[in-house]
Design a protein. Structure first.
Length: 226
């Protein structure tokens, strides 16, 4: 059986290449800063090395809440997927990045190269979903992503999502991805969801915010159908 097609719009392939290159550099111990500039020109920086570590401060609460079969959406190099497997949990990571999937598998995580909006195993049966490290921005339409998560969850399943701090503002649309290694900027559909903007997005996706928490300066929420 052939694998489902990985969905990557042609105009975003350059961004995916930039992301892959940053992950490879970070995994090799080379500084690899990424900068995302939204439509208003605001810059949002991240170090790809954070994703390649075995643990990121603030991960504990996420991991503790995943007590059953978990789908790690946008798993990157598999930090959380691997940690869950190490705890004896059933976990699968998915990512559209080939470099991310290779790195995740190299650390022992079970990972597939898949688009969250494409065909996925366990549809409607996942006990937990993870959207960490800014992955509420995937696709540039948080409402659509939350609806998709609602479909992937089991009836009593839970989604654990990382948000931006309240008051930082939310945005969605086409941004540009930049690196510090001299490559040209690449367009990317992305979004940012601040903690004080999540509830109405959840309601539009037939989800309810069950709880929120902060840890190590990071903001999180657990959502469920209802």
């Amino acid at each position: 059986m052939s694998a489902p097609t990985v969905i990557c719009p042609p105009d975003e392939r350059a961004a995916l290449d930039t992301f892959d290159r940053a992950l490879r550099r970070a995994a090799a111990g080379v500084p690899s800063l990424l900068s995302l500039r939204d439509a208003d020109g605001n810059e949002h920086r991240v170090d790809a090395a954070d994703w390649c570590r075995a643990y990121r401060p603030g991960d504990a609460g996420l991991l503790d809440r995943c007590t059953g079969a978990t789908l790690d959406i946008g798993c990157g190099p598999g930090r959380l997927t691997s940690a869950l497997l190490g705890r004896g949990r059933k976990a699968l990571g998915i990512d559209v990045s080939a470099a991310a999937v290779r790195l995740a598998r190299a650390r022992g995580a079970l990972a597939l190269r898949r688009d969250v909006f494409g065909p996925l195993p366990g549809h409607g049966r996942w006990e937990h979903l993870l959207l960490a490290d800014g992955n509420l921005g995937i696709g540039g339409d948080p409402a659509a992503l939350l609806r998709r998560c609602r479909d992937l969850l089991a009836p009593d399943g839970q989604l654990h999502a990382e948000q931006e701090p309240p008051g930082t503002g939310s945005w969605a649309g086409t941004a540009t991805l930049h690196t510090t290694d001299g490559h040209a900027a690449a367009p990317l559909r992305w979004a940012q969801v601040a903690a004080d903007d999540l509830a109405p997005l959840a309601r539009a996706a037939a989800l309810t915010v069950l709880s929120t928490w902060t840890e190590e300066g990071r903001w999180f929420a657990t959502l469920a159908a209802g």
